[in-house]
Each structure stands twice: as C-alpha cells, then as structure tokens.
Design a protein around this ligand. Structure first.
Ligand code: SF4
Length: 399
C-alpha cells in the first residue's frame, strides 16, 4: 500500500494538527521530492502492484492536472500501479480488480475543471472533507468551504460517475446542536454516499481552537454531547444500511476503505511526502521530517538509494516495535473494528501467555456488558464498549 502526503492547504482549520503549510513557496520542490522519494524507495515494498494508493494531506485536491499527472507517471514507471487501459473506466469500483486509489478533496476545490481532472485520472475513490453541512459549524472550524459547496460537492462528483464517495463529518463541536447533527446525518444518507468517517471534535493544544479554549475564549467540548452524538450517529447510519466496521467508520456493503482496513490489519505501507508515516508490516515504523523545506532540500541532494539510506535522521526517523508494542497495537486495532480480537489469532501471533493475559484482563469488561458474547473466542465490543474502546483496549495492554 502506498500513502502520499500532499502537505498544502488554502487555510488552517482551527482544530487541525496534521502536517500542512498554507505557504506554497516550497510546492514545486516538495512535489519534486515526492517523485524522487517514490523512485528511491520502490524496493521497500514487494515487487508487484500495490493494492491501494491514498493521496492524503493537507489537501491533495489542490494538485493541478499537471502535478497529479506527473505523480501518476512515476507510479506507472516504478510499477506501483499499471497504467490504465484506454478503454477501462477509471471510475470503476475496486471489485473490478483495479487498485483502490483514493484522493482526499475539499468541497471548495471540486469545481468542474478539477472534477474533470479527477475523472480522467486513475483516482476511483474520493474522500471529501465535508465536516458539516451548516455554515455556523464551518465558520467555527475555519473551513475554506461553505454549506452550499459542501452539498454541491457530493452531488457533482456523484453525477460525474464516482461510485465510491466517502465523506468526513465532525460531531460534538461547540456550535453543533443535537438538531444540527441529526440534520447532518440525514443529509449524508440522503446524498447516498458509500462511506462515512465521523470523528469527535478533538481540542489539540497547539491549534487555534486549543489556544482559544485554554484562554477561555471558547468553551471546552462536552463529553455528554460526544456520547449523545455518537449514539445518534450509530443509530442513524445502521438503520440506513451502513455497516459500522470501525469505531469511526461506516460503509454501505462492500464499500469499506481497503486502504484503511490495511492499516488496521497490520499491512505494510510506504509513507511518501513530508510528515508521512510508513510501516514495513513486521515491526519497523518510519516517518519523514514534518517540514516542507527540509524535506525538499534533503531529497534534492539524494541521488541514489545508498544516499537515501544514509539520510536517516535529517530526512526520516525509524522506530522498532517490541513484541509488547505489536501485541498492544493488535489489541487496540482489533477492538476498534467489527471483526474484534480472536483469541486463537492472539495465540498464533503472540503465544499462549499473552492470549491468557488478554482474556483475564477483559473479565471485568465482559461483566460490565462491554462485549458481545465471547463464548466462541472472538472479543467484539458492544455499543457501550465501543464508546470506551480506548479504555477497554488499555486494560488489555501488556506493560
Ligand atoms: S484542510 Fe485538512 S489538513 Fe488542511 S488544515 Fe483543514 S483539516 Fe487540516
């Protein structure tokens, strides 16, 4: 799997702590670096085509047709993906055997020209950063789009033929009333999107929102509202045919994000671009410097895979996971998914001792009703358990 981080945004959303810059000064140099990095690191993934490519950010929908085309040319040349056949519909669903190629897009970028660029490219899944269909929420979050653009974006890409459209929504924010959240959910399902990712508005310290909350200019978020909105979310989407396949992710049947499911099941992926993270599928994580100028400068000076290997520390850092880290991650990602944690898999991957430790650690949570029936050795969280997934997972951690 391949993740490409496009670290540019038109403006800073008040709650965002991803790596991005609103300055376009390094844009050309960063894109050169991304193309270079794709060449230098090809051998880190097995030969053969990748099952999925994900353009995340930042705002990948800011890429021009020329910039996007240049990246795809490198993906073909390095055989990450096959060039599309002239006759193949690029918007076909992943079931056709094509790799899943997702691009994150913001509603204000989805004008007719950009949609045309995307339909003519191999991108076959869009993830649109809607967040809310209400002006008041969007202004509070300092989003670049308005409520009209939010709805129109989904309608336009659906009309253009994209069969896989995901939207992001944010709940529990200071401006979002229960009625507004119910309406956001109603609009989302009326639009017929195939996938919805919904996140609670988190107040991160180094963001504009975090600073305003710390100064008392804005009230903090409210856990009771988070719980109410989460319950409304699950009730509404599951009664409208969506499968709740991960704590924050819902899809119509057969429209799971293959890329994200790959992360959660421990697949190897390459993280390309400033601030991008990767994993070798075994025990090594690697992440690039989260600074556009330093990233571009480092890549401009590297001419061979040997130079790349020596660039460690100013271009990227690595971390080797211990057995305990791997076990803990397995528990957490398993519990967050509808597949749950299988005791026989735990035994196979981590041994008898850790499997027994996990079962013992969850006895209290079973009695508290946080799991469905575990008699067959599969630990799946109940609704009450999902609402406390991090705590339940933490109870099972090996320390
Ligand atoms: S568009 Fe996305 S990445 Fe950019 S500031 Fe907003 S939330 Fe962050």
């Amino acid at each position: 799997m391949l993740y490409l981080h496009i670290p540019f945004c038109k403006q800073a959303c008040s709650y965002c702590n991803f790596h991005f810059s609103t300055s376009m000064k390094t844009r050309k140099a960063v894109l050169n670096g991304i193309c270079r990095e794709l060449e230098l690191r090809r051998a880190e993934l097995p030969q053969g085509r990748v099952p999925s490519v994900y353009f995340g950010g930042g705002t990948p929908s800011l890429l021009t047709a020329t910039e996007l085309g240049r990246i795809f040319d490198v993906l073909y040349a390095q055989q990450y993906i096959a060039p599309p056949e002239q006759t193949a519909p690029n918007l076909a669903q992943p079931e056709t055997g094509l790799p899943e190629i997702t691009l994150e897009a913001n509603p204000d970028d989805l004008d007719e020209a950009t949609i045309q660029t995307l339909t003519a490219s191999p991108v076959n899944r869009l993830s649109i950063g809607i967040q809310s269909f209400f002006e008041e929420d969007l202004r509070f979050m300092n989003r670049a789009h308005n409520a009209t653009e939010a709805r129109a974006a989904v309608e336009k890409v659906t009309r253009a033929g994209f069969a896989d459209v995901s939207i992001d929504l944010i709940y529990g924010g200071q401006t979002t009333t229960d009625e507004m959240w119910a309406e956001n959910l109603r609009i989302a399902t009326d639009l017929g999107v195939t996938h919805i990712s919904a996140y609670a508005l988190t107040v991160e310290p180094k963001t504009a929102l975090g600073v305003n909350v710390a100064k008392g200019k804005v009230p903090d978020t409210d856990d009771a509202k988070f719980n109410r909105h989460f319950n409304m979310l699950v009730d509404h989407l599951t009664t409208h045919g969506y499968q709740h396949y991960e704590v924050s992710n819902f899809c119509l049947p057969k429209h799971e994000s293959r890329h994200n499911s790959g992360y959660w099941s421990g697949q190897a992926y390459l993280g390309i671009g400033p601030g991008a993270h990767g994993f070798d599928g075994v025990r090594t994580r690697k992440w690039n410097v989260a600074n556009n100028a330093n990233y571009a400068k480092a890549l401009a000076e590297i001419t061979s895979p040997e130079d790349y290997a020596a660039a460690n520390s100013f271009l990227y850092e690595t971390e080797t996971l211990t057995d305990a880290d791997r076990y803990n991650e397995y528990i957490m990602t398993g519990l967050r998914r509808d597949v749950g944690v299988s005791v026989s898999e735990l035994k196979r991957l981590f041994g008898e001792e850790k499997a027994r430790y996990f079962m013992k650690s969850q006895q209290g949570n079973i009695s508290a009703g946080l799991f469905h029936d575990v008699s067959e050795g599969i630990y799946r969280l109940s609704r009450a358990g999902i609402m406390r997934a991090d705590g339940v997972g933490g109870d099972g951690f090996w320390v």
